[in-house]
Design a protein around this ligand. Sequence first.
Ligand SMILES: [Zn+2]
Length: 424
Amino acid sequence: MIMDPRDSPNGERYRLFQEALEIAPPWFVKEARLNQDRRRLDIILDFPKGSRFKCPECGCEYTAYDTRLREWRHLDFFQHATHIFAPLPRVKCETCGVRTVEVPWAGRGSGFTILFEALAVEYSRDLPVSKAAKKLRISDDTLWRMLRRSVAGALEKQDLSNVFAVAIDETSWRKGHKYVTFVFDYCTKRLIFATEGRGSDTLALFAGHLRRHGGDPLRITEVCCDMSPAYIKGVEENLPRATITFDKFHVVKAMNDALDEVRRRESADCAELKGTRWYWRRNEKDLSAGQRDSLERACLSGACRQTGKAYRMKILLQQILDAGFGLTREEARGRLKGWYRWALLCRIPEVAAVGRMIKRHFEGILRWFQSRMTNGMVEGYNSVLRAGRAIARGFRTVGNVILKSFLMAGKLEFDFPKNIWNPL
Ligand SMILES: [Zn+2]
């Protein structure tokens, strides 16, 4: 006869743990040992003799053939590191042979309960992983391993059948020597793919990933990315039906960089440019009266005429690209063409280079007036890129950069069961 665990000798005494942990028959709390000095709680589980367990492969029920004592780290119980011990039964199945029974509290890896893993994922979404590890009182390496298993499990079930517009971008880490390419689903605003490198082959990998998860590269009709030849080639080869929108923030950034080079070149002979570096990056309306004065003084000085001119050209370019809703595509075409023609003739080599770049990528830049796509509109995008750059130093491997990015922006669904003690 199978005994009800609540009738076990210690049933009443350990009812608190029994209920707090939602332990379901046949399992019961046999003993709980509290060590105040070590702030540790050991909970020992057992099952009544004669209990039946399912073969994990075929589901037939048997009594335990033998058992092995196993330990799992569980969530803290009132600041006590809690460890669960249980004699893990094996069954001798007629069809499958000797198999270890699955217990509902065990996590994917060894040594932690599934509830502990769920909390670890929750902490690691918002906190730097080293901080989360400290909070959980486990080592960084252990936490990274746990996250890798959980994220891999969630990615396995990713459904990409409704993806038709994507944003592609890269981040560098380790002082620019290594790159990671990110692909976001533009409509659901989530990270769906990440891989090392920034060559055209990264998009071949993406196309393969898409196919494995119910998607179709031929259904991708809109892509937003920067003007890197590798991505353009990668899109043409692997997402052949996609129309590219070049991210307008990358265009403005190229112009800002050009302006910066002009300023640096002229600053050798122009005292007025001293200390103005960051003012030139801003819009006129964001400058204080004093800052505007110093820019005007610089513009009037004969020695740095090109910096002033390049600044005015930048403001105009920004106005064209920001005007957006005010301009029709054809009006925008005229204005943008006018701008690059001016840039090509302006006798400032850095700005002329921007003009050539815009001329070369004209249709894709103009496409924004129709598609309205920018990478900056992707939620989580900036945090992922920032994290890629900033926290990467502590990440050691590119895999960890990708892992953390998925935790932050992947909107992953983890299949942590609600009741972890009772599988039925
Ligand atoms: Zn079996």
